[in-house]
Design a protein around this ligand. Structure first.
Ligand code: ATP
Length: 709
């Protein structure tokens, strides 16, 4: 079984002919097969209309905006009335109603048992007791099922929302929302939204459903039952009681929605800080930055607990009022209401001396009946007080739900509203890359009206242009080197080529389609979670590797070409799982990047300073190998030694003017220029010998004058 689990971990999923996938998830010493169908683009664009951006001045509350937000999210959580979730909701409703009906029956039975007891009716008493036990079975089962269905419903909703959010967030081509949500969407700490906020929204919503619907149902049913015995005056008093209570509590309720949203945001900031330390632990350790990081984390943590503490303080006054109103005001109202029929509608017989046996029995019957009415009414009133109390308590929960809804809505509306990236991949350009009058610039934030809990840092409304009006055509076999000083925009050119940033201005970018057309190895080496094999084939997964027809032997040849042939033997084989980010050295990670290029064999490969830590002899061999495989290279580098592997040179000015120059490497003019530079450098080197002799002379003169003194 362990081997099977290992294979499932390696395999990850099975591709189905209809395009869906079956995920293989190790679960309880077995493998669960979970079918996954990604959300169709049509559904996403249909939903987009329900997620307009909300003004940043809106504060979460129980208002129209909340209802709109909630319904927009519910469309995703309950896509059709035939879904499993809808079935669960139906079952939940059934149990909710059953429980209320059972409570009424139990209250009536309670009165009956006491009546039989008072009137010494042994047979009736035993029958009542039998019924009591018979009712206990469905009552307790109903309670258990309610709790179970509530948790299941929360989990189902979470799964639906997580799948949808993941599809929207991670569906790579063409919109790259995971890459753009922070800089362009202005939303930070997205992991908190997707993991924690989705879960707490679902828990709250499914809890609220039971917490509001059931007591509300109880209140209606109990009130209608009680009105029979209370009469119209009692019922009117009951309604007045509800009104007064709701008014007092509404006035005393703080803005729980906003408080909940801010708490989630602070939680996210603290969590992101922890994640950063984990990710960058080695760099921090080299700098000895533990103390500094601790103070940053502590300040984030203190902000969080101060906020939670202030919520607790605010709650004291609120909960005090709540308890006073619900426990004491309601009980007092209950006593008054029960007394209404006793004092006002019935004559008082108790205490009258009965003379005849018939009158005595009549009085006894009346006392028994009144006791029955009293017991039933009291039980109903107690249940009513309890249900009403829970409706009132739920007000606070509803406000908190409004805060959580607002957070989730903000995530979904930001994801839906990110403007699409312009299409730059085309089959017509399968053998070349073309830039026509393109301005390369840092994209400006695209969304301004979102309701982020934290106001976004002021950012430029328009994009900042780094390189102006660039035009070039690069055909297969023409290797381009891009150079220029730091921060001039070399990587930004790669971003535009890869479609991560839209071209600014009127210009157009055209490139061959897909990963096979253009493959970028970024500056920072990225290691994926998984096996050693997964590192080489990334972003392919194992099923795609199998489909590609390549074998482990091919992978071994690739590792030989990047001087990493020792890895499989050293690490215990291709299926070894490790934290590769920490295991491999900087240079090894960079070589792994090149191994990926050799595996995918794209037409064009952008190598962004991705050999800076590789020794130059190995670097040269890797460049030659790439060219031999027919890969056209676009290298971003500051190392002149790499120029010899390229045919064209793009130099970015770096003087803030956005100017650039494209030249052929190896042309006569280029060589003459280089020769001239070498000559002038040699002359300068010859001067150094003369200068050194002169420095020695001067030093000697200086020491002589010191001695003379
Ligand atoms: N997402 C971003 N938001 C804001 N500014 C950015 C962003 N990405 C890059 N920049 C800025 O754009 C400029 C160009 O960045 P780029 O990464 O293209 O530089 P580079 O020429 O590759 O530099 P280096 O040689 O140091 O790698 C830099 O000043 C950088 O600070």
């Amino acid at each position: 079984m362990r081997r099977e689990i290992g294979r499932a971990l390696q395999q990850v999923y099975v591709q189905e002919p209809d395009g869906s996938q079956i995920l293989l998830v190790p679960h309880s010493y077995g493998i669960a097969k979970v079918p996954i169908r990604s959300t169709p683009g049509q559904v996403i664009s249909q939903n987009a209309g329900h997620f307009p951006l909300i003004s940043s001045s809106h504060k979460p509350n129980l208002d129209k905006v909340f209802m709109k937000q909630l319904f927009a999210i519910l469309r995703i959580a309950f896509p059709t009335w035939r879904s499993q979730e809808a079935g669960m909701l139906l079952a939940h409703n059934f149990f909710l109603i059953s429980r209320t009906v059972l409570s009424v029956v139990v209250a009536r039975l309670d009165g009956r048992i006491v009546r039989d007891l008072i009137s010494a009716d042994g047979k009736g008493f035993l029958k009542g007791l039998g019924l009591w036990f018979a009712l206990a079975i469905p009552s307790t089962y109903t309670n258990t099922m309610l709790r179970h269905l509530q948790s299941k419903l929360a989990l189902r909703m979470r799964t639906r929302l997580t799948r949808y959010t993941d599809d929207l967030y991670l569906s790579s081509a063409p919109h790259l929302r995971y890459y753009r949500i922070s800089p362009e969407g202005g939303l930070d700490d997205v992991e908190q939204y997707i993991t924690s906020d989705v879960a707490s929204f679902c828990d709250s919503l499914s809890g609220i459903y039971g917490n509001v619907l059931k007591p509300a149902l109880d209140v209606l049913l109990f009130t209608s039952q009680l009105s029979r015995t209370l009469g119209y005056r009692g019922t009117a008093l009951l309604a007045l009681n509800y009104y007064v209570t709701a008014t007092i509590l509404r006035a005393a309720t703080p803005a729980f929605g906003r408080l909940a949203a801010v708490e989630a945001q602070l939680e996210g900031e603290y969590r992101a800080g922890m994640g950063r330390v984990d990710r960058e632990s080695e760099e921090i350790a080299f700098y000895g930055g533990g103390k500094r990081e601790r103070s940053i984390l502590w300040s984030a943590y203190l902000r969080l607990i101060r906020h939670i503490n202030s919520i607790y303080k605010i709650r004291i006054a609120y909960e005090w009022t709540e308890d006073f109103v619900i426990k004491y005001l309601w009980s007092a109202a209950g006593y008054c209401l029960i007394s209404v029929p006793v004092f006002l509608t019935r004559r008082r017989h108790v205490g009258i001396q009965a003379t005849s046996p018939a009158l005595k029995e009549a009085i006894n019957n009346e006392v028994a009946n009144r006791t029955e009415t009293y017991i039933s009414s009291r039980r109903l009133l107690l249940s009513l007080a309890d249900a009403g109390g829970r409706v009132m308590y739920a007000y606070k929960d509803l406000l908190e739900l409004a805060g959580q809804t607002d957070r989730l809505y903000t995530l979904l509306s930001t994801l839906h509203n990110l403007p699409p990236l312009p299409e730059c991949q085309s089959d017509d350009y399968s053998d070349r890359i073309e830039l026509q009058n393109v301005d390369v610039g840092i994209p400006a934030p695209a969304l301004t009206a979102t309701n982020h809990a934290k106001p976004a840092a002021p950012a430029a409304a328009t994009s900042w242009i780094l390189i102006k009006d660039i035009s070039l055509v690069l055909r297969e076999g023409e290797h381009l080197m891009i150079t220029g000083s730091n921060g001039v925009g070399k990587t930004s050119v790669a971003r535009v080529l890869a479609g991560l940033w839209a071209a600014q201005g009127e210009g157009e970018v055209r490139r061959p389609p897909g990963r096979q057309g253009l493959f970028v190895i970024p500056q920072r080496a990225y290691m994926v979670t998984g096996t050693l094999l997964d590192q080489v084939i990334y972003p392919h997964a194992y099923p795609e590797f199998l489909q590609s027809g390549k074998t482990e032997k091919d992978l071994m040849e690739i590792l030989v070409s990047v001087n990493l042939a020792y890895l499989p033997a050293r690490e215990g084989g291709w299926s070894t799982r490790k934290e590769w980010r920490d295991v491999l050295s900087g240079g090894e990670k960079q070589r792994m990047g090149l191994a990926r290029v050799f595996y995918h064999r794209p037409k064009f490969a952008v190598l962004d300073e991705c050999t800076s830590a590789v020794s130059s002899d190995v670097e040269g061999r890797m460049y030659e190998h790439a060219k031999a495989l027919g890969i056209t290279l676009i290298t971003i580098s500051l190392r002149p030694s790499l120029m010899r592997y390229h045919t064209h040179l793009l130099t970015l000015a770096g003087d803030g003017t956005g100017k650039w120059a494209l030249s052929r490497i190896g042309s006569a003019e280029e060589r003459m220029g280089i020769d001239r530079e070498i000559l002038s450098l040699k002359e300068k080197l010859a001067d150094i010998v003369r200068w050194e002799a002169r420095v020695n002379e001067l030093n000697e003169m200086l020491s002589v004058s010191v001695q003379e003194k």
